[in-house]
Design a protein around this ligand. Structure first.
Ligand code: B12
Ligand code: SF4
Length: 479
């Protein structure tokens, strides 16, 4: 067993969210799960949250070309002391290990950080984890020496981080991949939820403040556009979830929020009646007034009130569903239900069932590069029907609940079946642009729209973007 004294000083770093509309909507949870685990093992660690100030964001959106770390500010949380100041790399003098958590849109800043650490703080051990290290693992391992990370952790971070922090494994001359895929997550503690950080985040549910959590990692489905499609579901323990819910509720009360809500972000939020009942009870016990979670159209159709009843009774107001499309042809291609048939008619029916129970729907759809005018028409008609369907309920402010719709353009991310099919020429009329930068455009366009990774599509880009704009204009004025 390693002792606290033999362990290094660890700093977890969250890169900025330049590609979100706002920096402070949801905290990035990965490092907080790892921090509480290290803490449980007797290893203290600090947190650094980097963010792009609004002034820089505005300049960037209007064409500022050079993007640097010096444009950022940093919130440093160490032993109960919080500082919010301009980014200054001298802070790294105090640490032995820098653990960066990165999604792909954050990768350009993660690389800038690694380059800076390698050049100015070569003593520090650098570690990258999170979904970028997972889905772009080979690319991260192949980074040039001046950017390379000492350790690349593509999957679960708990074990690798402990090994690195305690010096059980040391850096070498090349990047070392450290991969661990646990079969169960039920022994891990709830994430840290520093109050000083939580108070910076602003997310509302029906007009009341809310934070988010997840109850499991992975997803049981295998949609062909999705990077998560190959990851088994592993749940956190009920006692851990309960603890997390209570910690967030306590934070709300300390911050003077008389009512508070909860967003559950994982892909298995509302899966079956027993699980929903258990979760609903925990949420009610912790005093939440309102909550939102994700589910699937076929489950709503299959279980109806048995699934949504306990959700509704405990303040459930909105469900998110990846409906993906109103075109049966596209839906068949996507494989939404692990090889089982799913009908567009179930999408309409699931929305009606939820709305009749007083629950609003957030319907997520995409435009696919193989789609013709008929496909576009079918999805837009579905979204019109959803946007205008009456929800038999009101929000906390007494306003009628309204369904929300969202349309993006599908990007065939690396490692997804659609990318392979397109590269193999198996989707007629669609070709990828091989020069696209996977860190930027591939995920999102500069002004927050969808990226455009194609060289050839069935209809022109402008036509798809016109339909996307039309669909997003169906959104309600509040939610
Ligand atoms: C909540 C969430 C969001 C929220 C909050 C994001 C945030 N700041 O955390 C919002 C809505 C803002 C969001 C936005 C986006 N998201 Co999102 N999001 C998620 C979601 C559902 C949960 C993330 C989470 O909390 N996971 C729980 C933690 C514990 O898991 P984890 O971060 O993977 O951490 C584990 C390991 O990776 C590792 N680890 C993590 N960090 C570190 C650090 C070190 C040092 C080490 C050693 C290990 C390590 O240890 C942890 C425990 O094992 C995931 C899907 C999922 N189920 O994970 C998608 C996901 C992360 N998002 C994704 C995407 C694509 C986006 C968007 C680009 C969508 C869009 N087009 O706008 C944006 C971009 C955001 C940005 N930063 O620019 C992709 C990322 C793919 C990728 N290649 O990176 C995911 C994986 C979903 C998917 N399959 O498509 N997202
Ligand atoms: S799109 Fe959603 S349901 Fe489909 S595989 Fe990805 S996470 Fe799972």
């Amino acid at each position: 067993m390693t002792s606290k004294e033999s362990c290094a000083k660890v700093l977890f770093i969250k890169p900025p969210d330049r590609f979100l509309d706002k920096e402070f909507v949801y905290p990035q949870l990965g490092p907080h799960y790892l921090q509480s685990f290290l803490d449980q093992q007797g290893i203290a660690s600090d947190m650094l949250v980097l963010y792009e100030p609004d002034t820089v964001r505005k300049e960037r959106e209007t064409g500022l070309e050079e993007i640097t770390l010096d444009q950022l500010r940093m919130i440093h949380l160490s032993a109960g002391i919080v500082r919010d100041e301009p980014f200054d790399h001298h802070l790294f003098d105090n640490y032995d290990i820098a653990g960066i958590s990165s999604m792909t849109p954050q990768a350009p800043d993660s690389y800038r950080l690694s380059e800076l650490l390698n050049a100015k703080h070569p003593r520090i051990t650098t570690v990258i984890g999170g979904s970028h290290a997972r889905y772009y693992h080979d690319a991260v391992l192949a980074l040039p020496e001046k950017i390379a990370f000492d350790f690349v952790v593509p999957h679960d971070g708990w074990g690798p981080m402990l090994q690195i922090a305690c010096g059980e494994i040391r850096k070498g001359s090349q990047s070392i991949p450290l991969s661990e895929k646990l079969s169960k997550l039920t022994d891990f503690p709830a994430p840290t939820r520093p109050l000083d950080l939580l108070k910076r985040y602003e997310f509302g549910l029906g007009g009341i403040p809310a934070y988010h959590t997840i109850t499991a990692l992975g997803c049981p489905f295998t949609c062909k556009f999705c990077e998560s499609a190959t990851e088994d579901v592993r749940k956190f323990s009920d006692s851990m979830i309960r603890h997390d819910l209570e910690t967030m509720a306590e934070a709300h009360r300390t911050l003077g929020h008389s009512e508070y809500g909860l967003m559950i972000f994982d892909d298995v939020g509302l899966m079956n009646p027993n699980q929903v009942k258990r979760l609903s009870e925990m949420i009610k016990d912790a005093g939440y007034r309102s909550w939102r979670a994700f589910t699937h159209a076929y489950l709503v159709v299959q279980y109806k009130e048995r699934l949504l009843g306990p959700f509704k009774e405990t303040g459930g107001q909105r469900i998110g569903m990846g409906l993906e499309t109103g075109s049966q042809r596209s839906l068949d291609l996507i494989n939404k239900r692990n090889g089982q048939p799913q009908k567009v008619s179930e999408h309409y029916e699931s929305v009606r069932i939820a709305n009749d129970l007083g629950i609003a729907v957030d319907a997520f759809t995409m435009i696919y590069p193989w789609e013709n005018e008929q496909d576009l028409h079918d999805t837009t008609e579905m979204l019109r029907a959803i946007a205008t369907n009456e929800v038999k309920g009101t929000d906390q402010q007494g306003r009628p609940l309204r369904n929300y719709v969202d349309a993006t353009i599908m990007s065939p991310y690396q490692g997804t079946p659609f990318r392979d099919l397109i590269l193999q020429g198996k989707i007629p009329g669609v070709k990828l642009n091989p020069e696209i930068d996977p860190g930027m455009m591939f995920y999102k366009g500069r002004k927050g729209g969808s990226g455009w990774p194609y060289r050839e599509t069935v209809l022109p880009r402008e036509r798809y973007e016109q339909e996307q704009a039309l669909r997003n204009a169906l959104r309600p004025s509040y939610r």
